[in-house]
Design a protein around this ligand. Sequence first.
Ligand code: BES
Ligand code: MN
Ligand code: ZN
Length: 494
Amino acid sequence: MKITFAKPGQPARGTLVVLANDALKIGPLARGLLAKSGDLLARAAKTAGFKGAVAASLDIVAPAGLDQERLLVIGTGKAAPGTLDWQKIGGAIQAKIRSGATEVTIVAETADGTAAPEAAVEIALGLRLGAYRFDRYKTKKKPEEEGDASTLKVTIALAGDAQARKLWKAREAVADGVDIARDLVNEPPNVLDPAEFAARAAKLTALGVTIETLDEKAMKKLGMNALLGVAQGSAKPPRLVVMQWNGGKKGATPVAFVGKGVVFDTGGISIKPAQGMEDMKGDMAGAACVVGLMHALASRKAKVNAVGVIGLVENMPDGNAQRPGDIVTSMSGQTIEIINTDAEGRLVLADALWYTKQRFKPAFMVDLATLTGAIIIALGDHHAGLFSNCDQLAERLTAAGVSTGERVWRMPLGADYDKQIDSKFADMKNSAGRQGSSITAAQFLQRFVDGNDWAHLDIAGTGMAGPQNDLNRSWGPGWGVRLLDQLVSAHYER
Ligand code: BES
Ligand code: MN
Ligand code: ZN
């Protein structure tokens, strides 16, 4: 799909898209373009029962009196233009145009004649989010049936086209970041092993991101035995990738994002049931989000110093695999008794968080992890679990969630939960059983943040196989890129 912003002129012959409110009123520009069609819109709306509800559509083919092959009317309801969810409008347009249409002109103007460049670029972002699909491994493509948007040419018409083009650069960076995260989550685990994942992350060097990749040897030297213990049952060696984007003041304290990157989670010796195990290729959605986010920040040249750290391992059972009962010494020096080898994400993050804190002393650390099945039971796939030792960071994340639609819900932390992970034989154990298990997992992580401001997002529900809608048709939704880009842009750019 190619998106351009242009001054209103003569629209292409293909599809014309106009917006109508709940009184079926369209803007002055659209009225001019539809002048020769008489009362077509009103009659068609009546017949089809179209009442201009938000994101509802009225599709008129071969519209009498017009040069276009198709007139698509999208509802904007009764909301004031300033409060409209423009991404949703973009998604609704995308859902309609990708079958059949090639050249599309969208008149980005509401009934009262408002045509804000800010709204136009959100429409474009909605178009992009809805266009994504993962078809790399389909050898027999049926473009129309499967909704291929790749040949679409979309012009968004508005007087402020120059301003929209400028704003779009930053929003396109976010769209690209989401696509990257989605690709990573969707890739099969035989293709995306830790080394391949690291290689994909390393592509960010093209945008000016500094990349360091730690291999097994380097991690051994640092004492990352919690992470290494998870990896030792796999034929694929682990990696830890450190990404740095320095768009802020030289030497200014960075913000840090840490991702769980278990490229496949069999459970290890505490092996998972076969049913649905294929979904565990998505157990690296946290790491995928961090890569997508770093792409977005670098690509839009965010004025922030940001660090991304991802721990990449495969959790497999073999003769060398970690056992229940093993005790490992983490990089922090704290010892961990392994109760369940399927509670591996926290072991990976333990060393990744400790490393990030010691090396960067960041303003905050936000980690993302498909950490516990229990968070899906608690919140479904509509909110990620949020755990934090810092009220301000938690509030900022919650607000960013509301504004982007990637919502988070704060869960408790506390001494009673922390006590649950004390071990008979070591400093702590990696599993405390079923009760409050999302919380005890978060308590475990907190023991490795060394007092740093920190938030943990449990994205087991939101990070894969989430709800399908006009803004996401992908199994891997690329969850969190928009949320964290918004967090940074709202509070941490100079
Ligand atoms: N990757 C899983 C969590 C998960 C489950 C993510 C379902 C997405 C969908 C994690 O490594 C895991 O296995 N967690 C266990 C922990 C338990 C053994 C303490 C869980 O949640 O059951
Ligand atoms: Mn597991
Ligand atoms: Zn896992």
